[in-house]
Design a protein. Structure first.
Length: 122
């Protein structure tokens, strides 16, 4: 189906690849934060680790929220009534599952940060 000269499936595919790229960037930032922490001389430079971890968690949560909630609605707003495949809409189960993953990532990051502040190694 075409809307304003754009093939719907091409639009969905390009958005999916952008979201995958953002998730990959999030994982790279997680690894970068861990490496920076391990390479720091006195292991009290937790502010770098904190900022990198927090940035990673924010990217991860944004991707999940955008993918599950906002993208189908944005397509509808831009193109009017559009036949978006059901898999791009969020069911309650998907929302709970994605929310649980995002919450787990944020909690893991916070636990690591508090362990660093208290002097433990991760």
């Amino acid at each position: 189906m075409r809307y304003d000269g754009v093939e719907t499936k091409d639009l969905l595919k390009s958005n999916s690849s952008k979201m995958s790229l953002l998730l990959l960037c999030s994982l790279v930032f997680e690894v970068l934060g861990y490496v920076l922490y391990k390479r720091s001389i006195d292991n009290h430079q937790w502010t770098v680790y904190f900022s990198v971890f927090l940035f990673s968690a924010v990217i991860f949560c944004f991707v999940l929220i955008y993918k599950t909630l906002l993208f189908p609605k944005a397509l509808t707003l831009v193109y009017g009534r559009i036949d978006v495949p059901e898999k791009y809409f969020c069911s309650t189960v998907d929302l709970l599952r994605h929310g649980a993953v995002a919450l787990a990532v944020v909690l893991y990051d916070l636990i690591c940060i508090f362990r660093i502040i208290s002097g433990d190694s991760i």
